[in-house]
Design a protein around this ligand. Structure first.
Ligand code: SF4
Length: 390
């Protein structure tokens, strides 16, 4: 659509179309069961992470998975580089509460061992595990146990022939590589498939996922690989994953960051929240503060965020510096603070609850949020089924 001011009569506002044309409802994919969770279809976009411990070290791995669970991780993947790691999987799985995925490269015996140990999903590329007999064996064992397989293509590890054909790891090359693996499973009548097409290049991964979403109905696991750490890693992941989620593409996400894995989970939920695909835990709306602010807004906002970090209910909390935008945001939020002169008003569902001095603002707000949640006053919060938008 091109913009034309001349087509608009003077003094009239233009008719606003219902929809800008970009963005689509979430693509309908097949539903795949991963242990106690489901991926695809109308199920909420699942949040995954991967441990950074040596899988052979059961206690360290379990400890890290428990920390991930606490942060909201719903499916966890561990690297399985050798037989000892594969044999540790049963013990790990027995000690955790979320589905376990075994990440295996090249060795079909490790896949069989992982299945014996009771893993809930395999990440393995069937084209890389040798003969057709090997593949058949793994697929038969996975089918018997109702375990899905994720085919994970990375731009950095494409087959030589495919690279030679395309000259570079283009989105088309990545999709062709994935389809090669998919076809092997389809020929064996196996369709419990999840696909990932990860790249460091955001335009490349976005295009690869878009292409795949038009070609096959399997759930897509989104990720920007080797995104880095800190702000740059977060921004790269947020743009790549977020853009696809906004287009209705993606059934599960893993944010790959160089840092503690819990940060990946926090970031994944922030991306889901920002794209309005799913809300878990508090959404904190806070103004940037300006010359009108008469409280230490930065400190108040960060303390509110920290003190509510353990809440998993999807509440919206606004922390506003003054009365200019405060009441408006307070109206739409479950809870809010609007700063005044060394004091602030506390709101609950748009209604002023009390006025308190600045040094009591956080305590009073947090107490109000917690007591309201304890009352389980579902009418007052934006709870939907499971607190999530599918
Ligand atoms: S809400 Fe008030 S204090 Fe915050 S940025 Fe806006 S005008 Fe400034």
């Amino acid at each position: 659509m091109t913009y034309s001011a001349s087509s608009q009569a003077e003094g009239q506002t233009p008719d606003i179309p219902d929809h800008a044309g970009d963005g689509r409802p979430r693509a309908k994919t097949r539903v795949v069961r991963v242990g106690t969770r489901f991926i695809g279809g109308d199920w909420p976009v699942a949040v995954q992470s991967m441990t950074k411990t040596d899988t052979r070290n059961v206690s360290a791995t379990v400890e890290q998975i428990r920390a991930l669970e606490h942060a909201g991780c719903e499916i966890v993947r561990v690297a399985v580089p050798d037989e000892e790691a594969a044999r540790a999987l049963g013990k790990i799985r027995a000690a955790i509460g979320i589905p376990l995925v075994a990440d295996i490269h090249f060795d079909h015996r490790l896949a069989l061992l992982a299945l014996e140990q009771g893993v809930d999903k395999l990440r393995i590329n069937p084209g890389n595990i040798g003969s057709r007999t090997n593949v058949k064996e793994v697929v038969a064992a996975a089918r018997d146990r109702g375990v899905p397989i994720r085919i994970g293509v990375n731009e950095g590890s494409l087959e030589k022939e495919i690279l030679a054909k395309y000259g570079a790891p283009t989105p088309q090359a990545m999709v062709q590589s994935a389809l090669g693996h998919v076809q092997i499973l389809e020929e064996l009548g196996y369709e419990d498939i999840v696909i990932s097409l990860k790249a460091f290049s955001v335009p490349r991964m976005v295009e690869a996922y878009r292409l795949m979403s038009r070609l096959r109905p399997y759930p897509l696991h989104l990720g920007v690989t080797e995104a880095g750490g800190g702000g740059p890693g977060l921004i790269r992941s947020a743009i790549g994953i977020g853009l696809l989620l906004m287009e209705g593409i993606g059934d599960t996400v893993r944010v790959s960051l160089t840092g503690p894995p819990e940060e990946e989970v926090v970031a994944a939920y922030e991306i889901l929240r920002a794209t309005e695909r799913r809300q878990r835990g508090p959404t904190i709306i806070s103004c940037p503060s300006c010359g009108r602010t008469q409280i230490n807004l930065v400190a108040v906002a960060s303390e509110v965020r920290a003190r509510l970090a353990g809440v998993s209910a999807p509440v919206t909390v606004a922390v506003m510096g003054c009365a200019v935008n405060g009441p408006g945001e307070a109206r739409d939020a479950d809870f809010a603070i609007a700063g005044g002169k060394r004091s602030g008003l506390i709101y609950r569902r748009g209604k002023i609850v009390k006025k308190v001095p600045e040094d009591r603002l956080v305590d009073e707000l947090v107490a109000l949020v917690i007591s309201s949640l304890e009352e389980n006053d579902t009418r007052s919060f934006n709870f939907s089924e499971g607190g999530e938008h599918g």
